[in-house]
Design a protein around this ligand. Structure first.
Ligand SMILES: [Fe+2]
Length: 259
């Protein structure tokens, strides 16, 4: 199984950077569509838009709709759950009977469990209700390995100004304990930090990918990559687990279309 991960597109419409952010996402989707081996799915790990507005989601959803494989989304700190749900309801995987955007995808050899770590502020939260729901999701199928997707990384990130991206360590520790409890979680993939870093959750490999929005990513990129979004491809092998590769989006855009 191959999963393409994209993150932190921060689509915004009334800023000087607006066109750049739209084209970064469009370039990324176009590049994924042209891979020799198409991924089985694309997961967007949040901050899809910058202000949570319906018109921003409409733009993001229109670009993501061009993907040749199913796209799954989650909520970052900049997202608005209600508007996100409305924009992506056509996918059929966002249930409306639970307040949080948290769900499992069962149609692949690896179960995808997507978590909602949004809080009213910038950092992550994971309340008791979400924790109990995660337990239910983890217990629903004991036969497959599980890949977890979050916006806020559940591990300390030693690069950048903040090591802990949750509101408090206790919350992050409870989430970490639950993720390692079953022994079936084989990879944890996050966004939010806008830089590529790796860590672990009690031995489970965990990574953060950088922002698709090229003007928002941190870390050093050579000049020729300045306008080239980078994304992650996660390859799952039943024996060896996940191996990940960074892919630089090729191509250019003419009038919003990839060429
Ligand atoms: Fe972000």
């Amino acid at each position: 199984m191959i999963i393409a991960q994209i993150s932190d597109t921060h689509i915004a419409l009334d800023i000087p950077d607006a066109d750049r952010r739209l084209s970064d996402l469009a370039l990324t989707v176009a590049d994924i569509n042209e891979l020799d081996r198409l991924p089985d799915a694309i997961v967007h790990t949040g901050d899809i838009v910058h202000n949570g507005r319906q018109d921003e989601y409409a733009e993001a959803a229109a670009i993501l709709a061009k993907a040749r494989v199913p796209v799954y989304v989650l909520a970052g700190n900049k997202d608005n759950r209600s508007n996100l749900r409305d924009a992506f309801s056509g996918g059929g995987y966002l249930q409306r009977d639970f307040d949080f955007i948290q769900y499992a995808v069962d149609c692949y050899s690896v179960r995808l469990i997507v978590l909602d770590t949004q809080s009213p502020g910038n950092k992550g939260d994971f309340c008791g209700e979400r924790l109990r729901h995660l337990t239910d999701l983890l217990e629903a199928d004991a036969t497959k390995p599980i890949a977890i997707f979050t916006h806020h990384p559940p591990f300390t990130v030693t690069e950048g100004p903040d090591a802990v991206h949750f509101e408090n360590l206790q919350t992050m520790s409870r989430l970490r304990s639950e993720l390692q409890r079953t022994g079936r979680v084989v990879g944890i993939f996050s966004g939010h930090v806008h830089r590529a870093v790796s860590g672990d959750v009690s031995g489970i490999p965990a990574t953060v990918m950088t922002a698709i929005a090229t003007t928002l990513r941190h870390g050093r990129y050579p000049a020729h990559l300045k306008n080239r979004p980078v994304y992650q491809l996660h390859y799952f092998d039943p024996i060896w687990g996940f191996a990940s590769a960074t892919r630089i989006a090729n191509g250019s855009l003419t009038r919003g279309k990839a060429v």
